[in-house]
Design a protein around this ligand. Structure first.
Ligand SMILES: Nc1ncnc2c1ncn2[C@@H]1O[C@H](COP(=O)(O)OP(=O)(O)OP(=O)(O)O)[C@@H](O)[C@H]1O
Ligand SMILES: Nc1ncnc2c1ncn2[C@@H]1O[C@H](COP(=O)(O)OP(=O)(O)OP(=O)(O)O)[C@@H](O)[C@H]1O
Ligand SMILES: [Mg+2]
Ligand SMILES: [Mg+2]
Lengths: 156, 165, 156, 165
C-alpha cells in the first residue's frame, strides 16, 4: 500500500497545484511529504501556498478568504483524484469576496457530471450556478418546511 | 451511484415529513438563518451512520429528535431515509435502487433498514465503505469547517491519503 | 465592587434582552448568574436564547447565523452599558442572511453618535450603512494600497 | 475621544506609508480577499500595545514587519501611528490631540512614543486603561471571532463584567 499511497499523493498534489492556479488566477501551491519515512506512520503532509504576487507564506499569515479558497482547492483536488459520488458543502463560500464567489461557482460547474453537488449558501453567485434550487423556511409553527424555487425567480 | 431523494420526519427542525429530490448536477439549498439548511446536511450525515453527537451539533443523540417548538409538541421518533440510484452497481447489493433508513426513538432504541429490511449499523457502514462517502470522508463539509482541511495536522492529512489510496 | 458588578450585570442583561428582540424581531434572551456566590470568583455567566417561534435552546443547537446574531446582540449590549470610544468589527456579518445583514446595518446606524465604528465587510447591506468607505487592494508589487471610495459609487 | 487617523509603514502588507482618515460615524473597509483589510485591524490592535503574537496571526513578533513580495524587498522596520482627538480630555494627558506610535526593528528592538516623546509599553497601556479599548477589551473583534463571545466559558464571561464594572 506504500506504492499506492505515493501514487495517490503525487496525483492529488498535482491536482492541488492546478486547481489553486485556476482559482487564484496564478500563484503556487505545493503538498510536501515530511518525516523520516519509509514507514507511512512517520510521514506527514505539509501544505505550502503562495498567492499571486506574494512570497511563499506560512498558512497562518493568509487572510480568511485566501485560506478558504486554498482549502477549496485541496478539497476538489481530492474529489478529482478519488471521486465520491456526491458532496455536501455547507456555506464554504462565506469568507469569499464576490469575485472569488464567481470563481468558486465556475469550479462547481466544472465538476458537474463527475459528482452530485449539494451546496448550502447565502451568496447569489453560488446560487446562480445551480441546476435546482430549494428554499427552506420556518413556518408559523416554528418547524422547517421546504419548497422548490423555480430558477427563473432568482434575482440576477 | 446517484442520490435520488432524502426524506426526513421528526429530525431536528423537520417535524413534518419533508422530502427533497436531488438533481444529477448541482442542487443549491438557500433560506434565512435558522431555517433548517444545516439540519439537512446533518440528516445526510446521520443516515449514513454518523455516531458522533458532536458532529451533529448536539449534546446527546436524542437531540436529533424534534424537541418541539412554540406551535408543536415534541415528537418521540426521528426518521431519515436516503434513496440512491444504484443502476451502476457501485453499492454491493443486488438492487438498482437502494433506500437506507435510520430511526431513533426517544427511548434510545435505534433502527437501521436497507430497502425496508432491518439491519445493523455495521451493514450500513459497510455498504458505503469504498465509495468515499463513509462517515469520516471529506464528502460532507459542515458549516465553518472548510478551513479545517488546511489546519489539520500533517499526520491527519496523511490519513486522508490513506483512505484515498 | 460586588455592588458595582451586580449593577453592571443587571444593566447589560437588560440591554441584551432588548437588543436581541430588536435584531431577531422577537424571541427571548437572558443572562443568568450561576455558581454559589457571593464571592465573585465562584460566579459564572450563562447565556440562554430563544429565537422567535422556537423553544429555549442550548447554544450549540443554534444555527451559524443565529449564533452570530446573538453574539452581536451581546457585544452591543456591552457597548451600550460601557461605551468604548470606538469599535473595530472584522466581517462579523459573514454568517448572516441578507435580511439579517439589513438588521445589523440598522443596528450600526443606531449606535452612530455613541461611538466610532470601523467595519470590515464584503456585504452590500453593511457597506450602505457607512458614512465613509475605504477600498483596499493589492497593487502590482504585491503590497496593499488604500483608496477612498465616494459613497455615490457603491452599487445600490 | 475620537480616532482621527491611522498611519502604517512597513506593517504587514502595507510596505509603503499608508494613511486612513476616520469619520466620526461609520467607516467601512472593503476589498478583495487577501488585500490587507484585517491587517488594518491588526495595526490598531498592535499600536495599542498588543503583545500576543497569536492574536496578530503570526508565529513571531517580527512577522508584523513587511516580509517582502514579488515586487518589493523585505523591510527592516514596521511603524504604526494612531492619532486621537482628545478634546474631551478622556485620555489622562494634557493634549487635545494625542498620537501614539509603535515601532519594531527586525533586530527585535521595539519603540513606543506618545506625541513624539519616547515612552515605555506600560505608558501606552496605562493611557488607555479605563477607556474600554485596552488590549483585552471587546472593542476589536477579529475575523472569525464574533461567536467567541457566546462560546466563552461562564467564568470568562464574568470577567468581562468585571472590566465593565
Ligand atoms: N509581514 C508581512 N509581510 C508581507 N505580507 C504580509 C505580512 N503579513 C501578512 N501579509 C499578507 O497579508 C495578506 C493578508 O491580508 P489580510 O488578512 O488583511 O486580508 P483581508 O483583506 O482581510 O482578506 P479577507 O477578505 O480574505 O479576510 C496575506 O496574503 C499575507 O500575504
Ligand atoms: N431537535 C430539534 N428540535 C427542534 N428544533 C431543532 C432541533 N435541533 C435543532 N433545531 C433547530 O434548528 C435550528 C437550526 O437550524 P440550522 O442550523 O439548520 O439553520 P440554518 O438554516 O443552517 O441557518 P444558518 O444560515 O444560520 O446557518 C435552530 O434554530 C434549532 O432551534
Ligand atoms: Mg447553517
Ligand atoms: Mg480579513
Amino acid at each position: 500500500t506504500q506504492e499506492l499511497f505515493h501514487k495517490s499523493f503525487q496525483a492529488v498534489a498535482r491536482q492541488f497545484a492546478e486547481l489553486y492556479q485556476e482559482l487564484f488566477g496564478g500563484g503556487v501551491a505545493q503538498l510536501r511529504l515530511v518525516g523520516e519515512g519509509p514507514d507511512l506512520d512517520s510521514l506527514g503532509v505539509e501544505v505550502m501556498v503562495q498567492p499571486p504576487g506574494k512570497k511563499l507564506q506560512h498558512l497562518d499569515l493568509l487572510s480568511g478568504g485566501e485560506k478558504a479558497l486554498a482549502a477549496i482547492a485541496l478539497l476538489f483536488a481530492f474529489l478529482r483524484e478519488r471521486p465520491a459520488p456526491f458532496c455536501v458543502l455547507d456555506e464554504i463560500d462565506s469568507a469569499l469576496d464576490d469575485a472569488n464567489v464567481e470563481r468558486f461557482a465556475r469550479l462547481l460547474q466544472s465538476f458537474k457530471g463527475r459528482l452530485q453537488l449539494i451546496v448550502i449558501t447565502h451568496r447569489q453567485g453560488t446560487m446562480s450556478a445551480a441546476d435546482a434550487l430549494y428554499g427552506v423556511s420556518m413556518n408559523g409553527e416554528g418547524t422547517s418546511q421546504l419548497f422548490s424555487v423555480r430558477l427563473a425567480d432568482v434575482p440576477a | 451511484m446517484q442520490l435520488r431523494k432524502l426524506t426526513m420526519q421528526g429530525f431536528k427542525s423537520f417535524a413534518d415529513r419533508t422530502q427533497i429530490v436531488f438533481e444529477p448536477g448541482i442542487t443549491a439549498i438557500v433560506g434565512p438563518n435558522g431555517s433548517g439548511k444545516s439540519n439537512i446536511a446533518d440528516a445526510v450525515r446521520w443516515v449514513l451512520g454518523e455516531q458522533s453527537v458532536r458532529s451533529l451539533r448536539g449534546a446527546h443523540m436524542e437531540d436529533v429528535i424534534f424537541a418541539g417548538s412554540q406551535g408543536k409538541r415534541a415528537l418521540g421518533l426521528a426518521e431519515v431515509s436516503l434513496t440512491i440510484d444504484n443502476s451502476d452497481g457501485q453499492l454491493p447489493v443486488p438492487f438498482t435502487e437502494v433506500t437506507v433508513c435510520r430511526r431513533l426513538h426517544r427511548s434510545g432504541e435505534s433502527e437501521y433498514l436497507i430497502n425496508q429490511t432491518p439491519c445493523r449499523w455495521k451493514d450500513v457502514v459497510d455498504l458505503f465503505l469504498d465509495t468515499g462517502v463513509g462517515r469520516d470522508a471529506y464528502a460532507i463539509v459542515s458549516q465553518g469547517n472548510v478551513e479545517a482541511l488546511l489546519s489539520a495536522s500533517p499526520e491527519e492529512r496523511r490519513q486522508w491519503f490513506e483512505t484515498a489510496a
